[in-house]
Write a protein that binds this ligand. Structure first.
Ligand code: TRP
Length: 334
């Protein structure tokens, strides 16, 4: 059976782009039962981005609650917190020792940080860059290889990291014998396209997101803020150039989408389309929103779910790490 694995970094609150791109497909895949699925909260990764302990802890709870509220069944998949898997940082070190530094020099996130420093005209190109940021792809590689994942569903921005995981796995296998599956990124079309309030890709770094479980009134307000053009009601409009339409499409069935496409041709007004989108998204999310609120009020329950997930995951990672240790020569004497 194929193993599918993905992680979500625990900084901030999940938004509808995360929902459409990661959470919903994960939940759907897990109900199909044709793959073994690992989903985890990448809290070690969050330490690269945040030195705010309360933010890290809070967003672990919020994101776990979001996945559960969206219908992820922890009996059907392995849902765990990365930092509960003690084998991961150890594997990350072992992999660090077979990873070419040059490979890490080429990582987009690191290069972007260096480019920003250089553009700022400072003398130190590595200013503000931690070893965590630099080695981030190796930790991600350990996440993936620890469970021999075949497929890694991620956004386009993470493709390079999965390719690095593949390179590192091959390098390890070359030195120490067939040990790791070579993973592949699985990039769905939806993941790439959900636009945010300003029409650019919905992303925390652009500050253009719609948080997933906004209370109804604030959800309405956020949707009313989505950028449109100055076309008047009754003018025919191009659905494929419309952020409102793209978000609608991400939630609605193909038939419903086709019907709204027709409304665009007929010249639906922006105000009306916003109201229609709000009502649709609100109906779609309201039950999950209530469940999410219940879970936030029951952190002990969420903690217990994550611990059970970690136990199941460690039943795999403990013996596998023993094997890996032995392969590289970390073995009992005699
Ligand atoms: N780096 C990923 C992101 O920011 C999160 C992540 C961490 C991940 N480890 C992973 C994703 C392993 C897939 C597999 O989105």
């Amino acid at each position: 059976m194929e193993t599918v694995l993905t992680g979500i970094t625990t900084t901030g609150t999940p938004h509808i782009g995360n929902y459409v791109g990661a959470i919903r497909p994960a939940v759907e895949a897990s109900t199909r039962g044709d793959a073994r699925s690992f989903f985890f909260l990448a809290d070690y990764h969050s330490l690269v981005k945040s030195t705010d302990p309360d933010l890290v802890a809070r967003s672990t709870l919020e994101i776990a609650a979001a996945w559960l509220a969206a219908g992820l069944d922890p009996d059907k998949v392995l849902l765990y917190r990365q930092s509960d898997i003690r084998e991961i940082p150890e594997l990350a070190w072992i992999l660090t020792c077979v990873t070419a530094k040059g490979l890490m020099n080429r990582a987009h996130a690191y290069k972007a940080a260096v480019a920003e420093n250089e553009a700022g005209g400072g003398k130190d190109a590595d200013r503000g860059i931690t070893m965590g940021l630099f080695s981030y792809p190796i930790l991600m590689t350990a996440d993936i290889l620890m469970f021999n994942a075949h497929k890694v569903p991620v956004g386009q921005d993470q493709r390079q990291h999965v390719e690095m995981a593949r390179d590192i796995a091959a390098r390890f296998n070359h030195h120490f014998g067939e040990t790791f599956v070579l993973p592949e990124a699985d990039i769905s079309k939806e993941t790439a396209v959900l636009p945010g309030l300003d029409g650019r890709k919905m992303s925390k770094s652009y500050g253009n997101t719609i948080p997933l479980f906004l209370p109804e009134k604030r959800l309405r307000k956020a949707i009313m803020k989505i950028r449109t053009n100055s076309q008047l009601p009754e003018e025919p409009k191009d659905p494929d150039a419309s952020t409102l339409f793209k978000i609608y499409q991400a939630f609605a069935t193909p038939e419903e989408t086709e019907a709204v496409r027709e409304r665009y041709r007929e010249g639906i007004g922006w105000g009306e389309m916003k109201q229609l989108l709000f009502e649709y998204v609100n109906d779609h999310l309201s039950a999950a929103r209530e469940e999410h609120a219940r879970l936030l009020a029951a952190p002990d329950h969420v903690e217990a779910v994550l611990r059970q997930g970690a136990e199941k995951a460690r039943a795999v990672s403990r013996p596998f790490l023993e094997e890996i240790r032995s392969r590289v020569g970390l073995r009992p004497l005699g």
